[in-house]
Design a protein around this ligand. Structure first.
Ligand code: ZN
Ligand code: ZN
Length: 256
């Protein structure tokens, strides 16, 4: 099983369950040495819009304080890291950094669930044959990587383009090349395997292997048991073998 996992949620995002302690105990029982929490980050949207899948800004202090106290309590048994899974929304990214930067934070991972600034609600994972939509996704994720703030990209092939394979290859080649240029690993997402989602996508990982990108594995745990999901992990490792992927340990980039 993984020695370190940096993709873990908490109940604050309103679609994960259990206490932080349960996730930590599961990780220790599985022999892990590091557990990073990366709940869906707070965002400061203008007006009265608010996402329903992330913590509210006024929960941030509790999130950080809870993890700081558990980090201290468990320091002899496991290393706890504090981060966020964050979108890159250009209009509110600076406000986000300023807000979250008030609290201790070890890292950010990018999960680009929506394009533009979210409020138009274009969920990146919906099935489509619109090559412009795929290109927009690749552009936005590439711009995010170039900020240098992200430790890695969660489920990089979230954009679910099912049209011409040549277009898929062309656009995702751009994304993978940018990841390599900016030193940003790409994540094989165990939630996608567990949930039989459209990711991991074989064509994407074949391409990542061909180009030689750095790859990490993330649990994307929304329940404590998923911190140690051996069948999903074995499928991810089979993917690594199949496409000779360069599996690396994430090196946390301090975002501030
Ligand atoms: Zn989630
Ligand atoms: Zn996640």
């Amino acid at each position: 099983m993984l020695k370190a996992n940096y993709h873990t949620h908490t109940y604050r995002c309103r679609h994960a369950t259990g206490t932080e302690r349960e996730y930590i105990e599961t990780a220790i029982a599985a022999g892990m040495t590091t557990l990073g929490f990366s709940d869906h980050c707070p965002q400061l949207f203008p007006g009265d819009y608010y996402s329903d899948y992330r913590m509210y800004p006024d929960q941030t202090e509790d999130y950080v304080n809870t993890l700081l106290s558990l980090r201290e309590e468990y320091k002899d048994r496991i290393e706890i890291r504090i981060g966020y899974e964050t979108e890159y929304y250009p209009e509110i990214f600076d406000a986000f950094l300023q807000f979250v930067g008030q609290y201790p934070c070890d890292y950010l991972i990018l999960g680009q669930h929506f394009l533009d600034n979210e409020t138009t609600r274009r969920y990146s994972g919906r099935k489509n044959e619109d090559e412009n939509y795929l290109a927009d996704y690749v552009n936005q994720v590439s711009e995010a990587m170039r900020t240098g703030r992200f430790t890695y990209i969660a489920h990089p092939e979230l954009q679910n383009y099912v049209g011409d394979p040549a277009v898929y290859r062309r656009e995702y080649t751009r994304l993978i090349r940018c990841a390599m240029e900016t030193g940003t690993p790409l994540e094989i997402n165990l939630l996608g395997i567990r949930g039989n989602r459209h990711y991991p996508n074989e064509a994407f990982w074949a391409l990542a292997g061909e180009l030689g990108a750095d790859v990490v594995i993330g649990c994307d745990a929304h329940e404590a048991c998923c911190v140690c999901d051996i069948p999903a992990y074995e499928k991810a490792m089979a993917l690594v073998q199949r496409y000779s992927l360069r599996l690396v340990q994430p090196v946390l980039k301090a975002p501030f």
